[in-house]
Ligand binder design. Structure first.
Ligand SMILES: Nc1ncnc2c1ncn2[C@@H]1O[C@H](COP(=O)(O)OP(=O)(O)OP(=O)(O)O)[C@@H](O)[C@H]1O
Length: 258
């Protein structure tokens, strides 16, 4: 469903080039929940954002459901992106619009007729248990509720793929769990393939069927939850999954944690 083939990303910073992602590949089968985990600066978000070309790869190819996104023109890409939802750590909601209007926004952009739009907004808010908040504004909601509105918005166009960039990093553990349950439900009931970036090992372990470990801009190993007998092999993977480490939150190497 999602294939990143030898994608890389370089940024120009002053006179220098920074390798955010070095040539690396990943394939995610339909219906899977793929985690990307690693320290801050490993290139996780850049890799995720290349999956819908929010970041244009410097090199390499991106395929979603067999279609090469990197081969599309701007109009075709806009169309293809409708089948790819995305949620962010800080929700990215329109603060001066109601919850319903936030969800409706993406349907308007897709030229969905008004009557269908209203019905779909209700359905999506219903899925995330926020039908009663339709007329409220983001500032009137808790962080978890805001993220649920963002999930409703991401679902509005019936996506095949949902990209999640640190969706629970700003939330407390109980709210985190409820968001993970919504993501599981969306994956199970609507067969949405999910790719999720997190630095919280517990989140990856709880939700993901596969976990890619990223270090220094490349995926160094891919772990499969259905094979708990297979231990991480890279020193970094071992360190991340070392159960004797008390913290579930990781920052830059050697500069952790609570
Ligand atoms: N727009 C940009 N311009 C220049 N450098 C960038 C840009 N975006 C990311 N980088 C650099 O690329 C590297 C990877 O960044 P990225 O945000 O993908 O890492 P990450 O693993 O998601 O980190 P975090 O967990 O802190 O979000 C970092 O060194 C970062 O400073």
């Amino acid at each position: 469903m999602i294939t990143l083939r030898e994608v890389s990303k370089q940024y120009k910073v002053g006179r220098d080039w920074v390798d955010a992602v070095k040539p690396t590949s990943l394939h995610v089968e339909k219906g899977q929940i793929q985690g990307i985990i690693g320290f801050s600066g490993a290139g996780k978000s850049t890799l995720l954002r290349m999956a819908n070309l929010l970041e244009l790869p410097t090199a390499g190819e991106v395929y979603i459901d067999g279609q090469e996104l990197t081969g599309l023109n701007a109009g075709e890409l806009r169309e293809a992106r409708r089948s790819i939802g995305m949620i962010f750590q800080h929700y990215n909601l329109l603060s001066n619009e109601t919850c319903a209007a936030n969800v409706e926004f993406v349907l308007k952009a897709a030229n969905v007729p008004s009557k269908q739009r209203k019905r779909r907004v209700e359905e999506c808010l219903e899925i995330v248990g926020l039908a009663d908040k339709a007329r409220q504004y983001p500032a009137q909601l808790s962080g978890g509720q805001k993220q649920r509105v963002a999930i409703a918005r991401a679902l509005a166009n019936n996506p095949k793929v949902l990209l999640c960039d640190e969706p629970t990093s700003a939330l407390d553990p109980v709210t985190t769990l409820s968001i993970l349950e919504f993501l599981e439900k969306i994956n199970r009931e609507f067969q949405v393939t999910i790719m999720l970036v997190t630095h919280e090992i517990q989140v990856a372990k709880r939700l993901c069927s596969q976990i890619a470990v990223m270090e220094g801009g490349v995926i160094t190993e891919q772990l499969d939850r259905s094979r708990p007998d297979i231990e991480p092999v890279t020193p970094f993977g071992k360190f991340l999954f070392d159960t004797t480490n008390s913290s579930s939150v990781w920052y830059r190497r050697g500069e952790q944690h609570e």
